[in-house]
Design a protein around this ligand. Structure first.
Ligand SMILES: Nc1ncnc2c1ncn2[C@@H]1O[C@H](COP(=O)(O)OP(=O)(O)O)[C@@H](O)[C@H]1O
Ligand SMILES: [Mg+2]
Length: 369
């Protein structure tokens, strides 16, 4: 197969890994936007066996070895905890890294691409858009359980693979500098979006201020808590396994909850132009809150107080990132049409307004959950 980053043969890549049997074939798999993902089939002494092979996006993850070090530590710990709890099919409930034949967690090919392999989780799938409240509940529960299982991961601290990923004050500074530079002359047409952020600038540091006061602790967070990063059982619909662990790193638990609220309650696509269709669906917030709180045993009173706020903050922050990219000429987020990043920004800000308007109702749901 050829690609922008060179030419590779699956046979050459897969034979580096401790996957036993004869290589049969590989097909592109899933709908992730970050890595290149393939489902690989081996014939192992007459039985078909699947693996998940990924080419790591090393433009985004500049230090793949640090990413893999985090993933190996996290998945080993989760498996040890599940085993201690007496869970039977542990390898289905946590990603399992298949090491290379020289005992490395990933392999770099002659073109400089980084590859990794996981056991393939069978009988489960991910969904790109949420279809019902049960999925919202199961996804939220799976992410809370994941955080629970990692609450006692021994030191040292995990690598910060993308520094300041969810640091809203730093994202605000980046926006302000893009406004000051205004390299594409787009500040004029985005005046009302800029004003929207200015009115909320004082909120940006709120969680980190409480963290600095010692009220909200640093934990291990997933940082990409979308529905399509949780495998749901094909038969029962129950959460099976949290995947996509590239961004697992130290952070605030509220970042994960907030991003879940942002992504799972959205009523319209991320770049919807008809803002009349954009709203926070409170009917999806309810199962998220219940699913999360049913498992999030680690959560402290300060974190609980900020659950509703965290949804608004993460949504504002993502909107700010789209606005920044628009002002800088669409250099980070891929666009298919002019103005797409501005549309994405407007959708996020409309979601923020919708969450602001429904904040009391959201608090009442949490009080019941
Ligand atoms: N171990 C696995 N077994 C089976 N399917 C998987 C596994 N890991 C990921 N997937 C599927 O592949 C998709 C893409 O993988 P993911 O790691 O999320 O890539 P990306 O970072 O590009 O989003 C997931 O949404 C999921 O459907
Ligand atoms: Mg993914």
């Amino acid at each position: 197969m050829s690609s922008g980053a060179g030419t590779f043969k699956f046979q050459d890549v897969v034979k580096r890994f401790r996957a036993w049997g004869d290589f049969v074939g590989a097909v592109p798999y899933g709908s992730g936007h970050i890595n290149d993902t393939f489902k690989v089939t081996f014939n192992m002494a007459g039985a078909p066996v699947h693996y998940l092979l990924q080419r790591i996006n090393h433009t985004i993850f500049k230090d793949p070895l640090a990413v893999m070090d985090n993933i190996v530590r996290v998945t080993n710990h989760v498996r040890a905890r599940l085993t201690a709890e007496g869970v039977g099919d542990v390898t289905r409930h946590s990603l399992c890294v298949v090491f290379t034949r020289d005992a490395q967690p990933c392999h770099q090919d002659g073109d400089g691409n980084w590859w990794r392999m996981y056991l393939f989780v069978e009988g489960a799938k991910t969904y790109d858009t949420i279809q019902n409240e049960k999925q919202a509940f199961e996804a939220a529960r799976a992410y809370a359980r994941f955080q629970n299982l990692l609450a006692d991961l021994p030191a040292p601290r995990l690598h910060e693979t993308i520094p300041d990923f969810h640091n809203t004050p730093i994202r605000l500074k980046a926006l302000q500098s893009a406004i000051a530079t205004d390299g594409c002359n787009r500040a004029v047409e985005t005046r009302s979006e800029i004003a929207f952020v200015e009115r909320r600038a004082a909120q940006c540091g709120h969680l980190l201020e409480r963290h600095a006061k010692g009220e909200i602790p640093e934990r291990i967070t997933h940082n990409d808590t979308k529905l399509n990063n949780v495998m749901l059982d094909e038969a029962t619909g129950k959460g099976v396994c949290v995947v996509d662990l590239d961004t697992v790193m130290p952070g605030l638990a509220l970042y994960d909850f907030g991003d879940m609220v942002r992504s799972a309650t959205a009523a319209a696509p991320e770049d919807e132009r008809d803002l009349g269709k954009v709203r926070m669906r409170i009917e999806m917030f309810e199962p998220i809150a219940r699913g999360y709180l049913s498992e999030a045993r680690f959560i402290n009173p300060a974190e609980r107080e900020e659950l509703v706020f965290s949804g608004r903050l993460i949504t504002l922050m993502i909107g700010m990132r789209f606005l920044t990219d628009y002002l800088q000429g669409d250099v980070y987020f891929k666009t298919k049409r002019p103005g797409q990043n501005l549309d994405r920004c407007r959708v996020q800000f409309k979601m923020v307004e919708s969450m602001e308007a429904q904040a009391d109702a959201m608090e009442r749901i949490l009080a019941r959950a």
